[in-house]
Design a binder for this molecule. Structure first.
Ligand code: ATP
Ligand code: MG
Length: 277
């Protein structure tokens, strides 16, 4: 049985408090959305869960084992894998070699041929089998995301965190990523998906965690979270800010006699920028 326990995580960068007393549990193959405005701390939390960052205080247990002191490779061995908001691959290796590296790193006594069948099956599922001998650097942004998902399938973790898997991805690839998520979840893995695409994340997830500037302000089913006043405020707050920026830019444009006329004219800022990316 998969079990993740995140207990009272705090994280400061110098004087900046980025996570404040974040606690939650995952029990079994849950499908969870992790949402929150830009800078809310989603990626920082992921970096703590996968061992890349150490919390300022708090603990993380995976299947009964304390993992927060572990480096990332040990966290991966313990059963937690993640993808990156900005994709990472071995750019000078082929697509196939990129799949072998994590599998061999996790199983040092194994040989490449032990993973051959699995690697081909994974590439076929992701529809990039024809690219197997290409260098990873030759892939498009969306294909790089698929390659990262392929590497996770080679590792076979219990819990997977996907950091913005849909951002900037062609709808066709998005459909493959959707299928990928349902497949691994159906195989009994827990999946946490970070996304700014509200329609997708509310449809896909059975449970939502909402971070707002370091605080976990909601944890529940999509319908419940949608109605949560704190969540509405966190998101509406953003929209109001955007409205204010828009209206103040408009006022400046429409009143040339303003005493601050020497100020450069700024276009209205789209603070929701990445949300639909
Ligand atoms: N290494 C670091 N040093 C200092 N500050 C950092 C560091 N990493 C992140 N931060 C800050 O921590 C805050 C949370 O950042 P984080 O990347 O976790 O947010 P996020 O929720 O993933 O945002 P986004 O939706 O834009 O990806 C931000 O204010 C960010 O500038
Ligand atoms: Mg992020």
């Amino acid at each position: 049985m998969i079990e993740l326990k995140v207990n009272h995580i705090h994280k400061n960068f110098g004087g900046l408090q980025v996570l404040s007393d974040v606690s939650f549990e995952i029990n079994g193959p849950e499908l969870i959305g992790l949402i929150g405005p830009n800078g809310a701390g989603k990626t920082t939390l992921t970096n703590i869960l996968d061992g890349a960052l150490k919390p300022s205080s708090g603990t993380v247990y995976l299947n009964g084992k304390r993992i927060d002191p572990f480096p990332p490779y040990k966290v991966a061995q313990a059963g937690l894998g993640r993808t990156f908001q900005v994709t990472r691959s071995f750019r000078r290796m082929t697509v196939l070699e990129n799949l072998y590296v994590p599998a061999l790193a996790m199983n040092p006594t194994a040989r490449q041929r032990d993973f051959q069948e699995r690697a081909h099956e994974v590439l076929e599922f992701l529809t990039i089998e024809h690219l197997k001998n290409e260098f990873a650097r030759a892939l498009s942004g969306g294909q790089q995301k698929l390659l990262e998902l392929g590497r996770l399938l080679m590792l076979d973790p219990d819990i997977i965190i996907l950091d913005e898997p849909f951002a900037g991805v062609h709808p066709k690839l998005m459909e493959i990523i959707y299928q990928w998520i349902h497949r691994v979840n159906g195989e009994g893995k827990a999946v946490i998906i970070i996304s700014h695409d509200m329609d997708t994340i509310f449809t896909l997830s059975k449970r939502l965690l909402v971070l707002n500037y370091g605080d976990l302000i909601a944890d529940g089913g999509p319908e419940e979270v949608k109605r949560d006043p704190l969540v509405i405020e966190a998101y509406l707050g953003q929209e109001e800010e955007a409205d204010r920026a828009e209206s103040s830019a408009h006022q400046k444009r429409s009143s040339p006699q303003t005493t601050e006329s020497s100020e450069p004219e700024n276009p209205p800022q789209d603070v929701s920028g990445e949300r639909d990316a």
